[in-house]
Design a protein around this ligand. Sequence first.
Ligand SMILES: [Mn+2]
Length: 307
Amino acid sequence: MNEEIYIIGHMNPDTDSICSAIAYAEFKKQAGFGDNYIAARIGELNSETAYVLDRFGFSEPVLLEDGAGKKIILVDHNEESQSIDGYSEAEIVEVIDHHKINFRCSEPIFYHNEPLGSTATILGEMFLSCVDDIDKGVAGLLLSAILSDTVVFRSVTTTDRDVEVANKMAEIAKIDDVKSFGIEVKKAKSSLEGLSAKDVIFSDFKDFNFNGSKVGIGQIEIVDSKEAVDRRGEFIDELEKIKLDEDYDLVVLMVTNIIEEGSELMVVGLTDRVDAAFKAKVEDNRVYLKGVMSRKRQVVPQLEGVF
Ligand SMILES: [Mn+2]
């Protein structure tokens, strides 16, 4: 048997990371590349992803805790700071992603990156062009991942190709109403009930190095603002604690209301950078940004630009 190759998404995995890892392992098998590709995860699933896997009858990918000495394919990320422990001693053999590129390698590799709404869109197109009989469950996973990452096509990151691939996958997965299925998927994660402030903040949290400054940006997506508004004080206290404990220069929690299509940013640390990036004023550690839903496109570049 050939050497095992692990396919992993980013830390604090989201639906796109997990479903893309599973689908790509499946693609490798069905397109004849071999059965030595193993979908893996590098953290716990969130409730949305657990819902999606259950809905389409998949079990969770194996947990990979250390990448040292292993062959690895990265999906849905390319930065070491968002990847597995032991990254520097792993051999990265491929990347499939839709984020800004901050990647180095010493050998030529297969690297497929496009500015699309999700990694699953790239994989959906690969399936459509290479696999005759796409599995209903795999189509369901890809559809869910596209809907999740594009916030049911509401995010500015959404492209025509995302919508097109999603519709094709919906047809195969026998999902009639794509948008209401999308809201159903998003709702599976939107309840904050029973989660500590720390769990909420770290449910989808990414680290960035902006010109030497350590910045952490978490995001939650909700369909009703009440719970988050009621717990603002608690979230801001926890952000302060994270900033001190982990020595961040700036920590942000984006509370994105997918129905209102806007985000409240809760901010601790260098709040003046947030003022400058969004030409707004952070007051009581928070600011509302209308129309802002995408961390990747509407928050990260703007903040990076003021460091
Ligand atoms: Mn993604």
